[in-house]
Design a protein around this ligand. Structure first.
Ligand code: GCU
Length: 396
């Protein structure tokens, strides 16, 4: 190989490795500290959980702990009203699917928040189980369908798909469609619904002023809790429609963290799917492999509550870990994915956390699915095919 070519290749390769595994963090299994994890089936005062009644109370306690220590909670007294629903329904894909473009308006006092949903479902009465998940850069990135309006709210910028700023562009249409095998899902008898996470809470540190924080004027919850609120609200809306009877929640990466928190805390989600959600999602924090608490809290100070920041560089003192969150999905269905090269998200830590959550499902029912895809941080058709197989076998 010519020297210049070789240098280019080395630069490209190291760039790839960097993106998967920023330097200065631990990726070496032999350097993982020893740590203890609480069993989901033992209460804080040491009693064993052996039946459904005891589990219900244990689950409530765990959720309160996650609220206080990690995510925060949208104040219960915030009486947010769904004040408007507009739906435009069309037959699409040569008559093979129905597309709904829906705008939900939420009102609190004199303020409003609008969520724009895009859904596709098979033709017919149903009921069709629906997969609900957020997207990063607008509904228009999930499909080349020209009728899907560009997001009007803050979106994650992504020059790779023709969106250099936080404003949606026509060039980004379909730019993320490889993560959204919509036709496959509909062909297999499922509906799918998405909205942009920026509709609920723009993803930057603005001192909790905009999005849901601005609506309820509260700083008691982080953005992950805000996105989870959006998922729960949309779940409530979907569930009263005539064409569906069950809703799964899913998300990739930071949206996988939000899906896990939404799914763990809202028992109406019958299937909860976390894809490559890593630190603050499916990975065990105490391992400190890849992204650490300090790394996540420094870069994304608005994702979690202040209490979580106090554990920066003190992971071993955390009173809980993420396997307990996943246990809160029991006795429902949980599916977790990792990617082998997604070292920043600690794939092994995600797998272990899933295993440590398992006893709750063994006692209470429900089921846990897991796969490790060879490759990088992403959510691809490979992942979806396995998720759909799990759904076919256990959810329908
Ligand atoms: C960053 C962040 C992760 C997060 C990811 C994403 O890499 O450190 O915690 O999961 O972004 O959401 O894409």
């Amino acid at each position: 190989m010519k020297p210049l070519l070789r240098i280019c290749l080395i630069i490209l390769l190291s760039k790839g490795v960097m993106a998967q595994a920023p330097s200065g963090y631990n990726y070496d299994e032999s350097k993982v500290p020893s740590f203890q994890l609480r069993s989901p089936l033992v209460t804080k005062d040491g009693r064993e959980v052996t039946d459904r009644a005891a589990w219900n109370s244990q689950r409530q306690t765990l959720l309160k702990e996650f609220e206080a220590t990690v995510y925060g909670a949208v104040p219960e007294q915030a009486d947010i009203q769904l004040s408007g629903v507009e739906v435009e329904e069309s037959l699409v894909w040569n008559g093979k699917a129905v597309r709904d473009l829906t705008e939900l308006t939420y009102t609190y006092k004199d303020r409003e928040l609008r969520l724009n949903l895009l859904s596709y479902r098979p033709v017919g009465e149903g009921p069709f189980p629906v997969f609900l998940g957020m997207n990063f850069s607008g509904n228009q990135t999930t499909t080349t369908d020209p009728a899907v309006p560009l997001s009007r709210n803050w979106v994650m910028k992504n020059p790779e798909i023709g969106m250099p700023t936080n404003v949606a562009t026509e060039a980004s249409r379909g730019g993320r469609s490889m993560r959204w095998p919509l036709e496959l899902m509909v062909e297999r008898g499922y509906a799918v619904c998405t909205l942009c996470y920026g509709d609920v809470d723009p993803d930057f540190d603005d001192g909790f002023e905009n999005g849901l924080h601005g609506l309820v004027r509260s700083k008691e919850f982080g953005s992950i809790a805000a996105w989870a609120w959006g998922l729960r609200e949309v779940r409530g809306y979907l569930q009263q429609l005539p064409w569906t009877d069950r809703v799964a929640v899913f998300g990739h990466s930071r949206l996988g963290k939000a899906a896990l928190w939404a799914g763990a805390s809202d028992p109406e989600f019958s299937l909860v799917i976390s894809n490559n959600s890593g630190c603050g999602g499916a990975a065990l924090s105490k391992r400190q492999v890849g992204e650490t608490l300090k790394a996540i809290n420094d870069r994304f100070p608005h994702w979690f509550v202040e209490a979580f920041h106090t554990y920066n560089e003190r992971e071993l003192e955390l009173p809980l870990d993420q396997h307990l969150l996943m246990a809160c999905v029991a006795p429902r269905l949980l599916y977790v994915t990792s990617a082998s090269e997604d070292l920043w998200a600690d794939p092994k830590g995600e797998q272990l956390a899933t295993e440590f959550a398992r006893p709750a499902f063994e006692l209470l029912g429900g089921r846990v699915g897991y796969h490790m895809r060879p490759g990088r941080h992403n959510m691809l058709e490979f992942d979806w095919k396995r998720i759909l197989d799990f759904a076919d076998a256990h959810w329908r």
